[in-house]
Write a protein that binds this ligand. Structure first.
Ligand code: PLP
Length: 373
């Protein structure tokens, strides 16, 4: 059996009857930039996330970059995040001229270890970017307590976690601003690139709206330089359709994760592999189902031979990336992240994965660990 890591066409087939007319309506109307679909999607997405405002932007990286810019964070400032995330998180900091300051992760959730944040705070620290990695929220009580105590901002990286909850509240509504990606492989993905910020602060929402359109404050009146970073009208029309199905898809991801958890119970108890942990006070939405296993590379090869697609998120922690070799970090600086990079393996968990496929994947993992093939 051939099992893909993700097969987007399955989702399109299910929704074709809703998506095709939505796309056609945009083509027939002929408004492609900041039309009614963007405005309506912003309203609907804000309601979904439980925030007052949402602002569509071109992608998740821009969401982070514009969020940081909206606070005026730049040269000489420091922003705290972790080395175990996608590079967009630190890129957005560096592109603003600020310096990323890294803090190691918790071994079980892969998220920022709040106990280590305060040691990293200096008089130049302006913000913390907690990344809700793989679909599970960070400990937002701890992170927000620290931010409040030190008077620094929280910019949530929710790219992998739309719909995830901490104490029954959705991510993107905790910090000063939340940043989302609609890259096709995210839990809510469009047919290209897309992104969004969420906030309860009207002035911030207005500022990001201005920044996404060249700093325009009125027609051809520019108070600042911004960017060209708008969410496309076509993508917004598609996202409006898809948003209505997001909760069902997240449930389906959780169900698939539950199937794996159960089938791996014995191996997990025997300490042969570690399944992802869902903390009691959280709702994990499994953008990625990452197991941890010592013989990761061998297992991955064995699964490839059996036509089971897998991926490694992430093989190299950010502090050891060639691009950051000039920043003074070295191997051993963030051991928990480094170990995660050696042991994680993502199994297919997308909503349309069926039970038979999940069973086949799990059996292939079990066969490798029990029979060595
Ligand atoms: C995908 C992702 C981003 C960036 O989103 P894009 O839409 O691809 O620019 C940022 N942070 C994390 C953690 C991501 O997974």
């Amino acid at each position: 059996m051939k099992v893909p890591l993700l097969e987007l066409v399955r989702q399109y087939r299910e929704l074709q009857g809703e998506i095709d007319p939505a796309v056609k309506a945009v083509l027939e109307k002929g408004v492609f930039i900041l039309g009614e679909n963007v405005a309506k999607f912003e309203e609907e997405a804000a309601a979904y996330c439980g925030t007052k405002y949402a602002v569509g932007v071109a992608n998740g990286t821009d969401a982070l970059e514009l969020a940081i810019k909206s606070f005026g964070i730049g040269d000489g400032d420091e922003v705290i995040t972790t080395p175990f995330t996608f590079i967009a998180t630190t890129e957005a900091i560096c592109l603003n001229g600020a310096k990323p300051v890294l803090v190691d992760i918790e071994p079980d959730t892969f998220n920022i270890d709040a106990d280590r944040i305060e040691k990293a705070i200096t008089p130049r620290t302006k913000a913390i970017v907690p990344v809700h990695l793989f679909g599970q929220a960070c400990d937002m009580v701890a992170v927000m307590g620290i931010a409040e105590k030190h008077g620094i901002k929280i910019i949530e990286d929710c790219a992998q976690a739309i719909g995830a909850e901490f104490r029954s509240k959705k991510v993107g509504g905790f910090g000063d601003i939340g940043c989302f990606s609609f890259f096709p492989s995210k839990n809510l993905g469009c047919f290209g690139d897309g992104g969004m910020v969420t906030t309860d602060n009207k002035a911030l929402a207005d500022r990001v709206m201005m920044l996404r359109a060249h700093g325009q404050a009125g027609r051809y009146r520019h108070e600042t330089e911004g960017r060209n970073s708008r969410l496309d009208e076509l993508q917004a029309a598609i996202l409006r359709v898809k948003l209505r199905h997001l909760d069902a898809w997240n449930d389906s991801r959780r169900n698939n994760a539950g199937i794996y958890d159960k089938l791996f119970e014995n191996l997990s108890r025997a300490g042969k592999l570690t399944v992802p942990v869902e903390k009691k006070d959280r709702k994990h939405v499994y953008n990625i189902y990452n197991i941890k296993i010592k013989e990761r590379d061998k297992l991955r090869e064995s699964l490839t031979v059996k036509d089971v697609a897998t991926a490694v998120y992430y093989p190299i922690p950010l502090h050891l990336q060639p691009v950051y070799s000039g920043l003074g970090w070295k191997k051993g600086d963030f051991p928990v992240s480094e170990k995660a990079c050696e042991e994680v393996l993502a199994l297919p968990v997308f909503p349309e994965l069926n039970e038979e496929e999940a069973g086949f994947v799990a059996q292939a993992v079990i066969d490798f660990l029990e029979g060595g093939n």
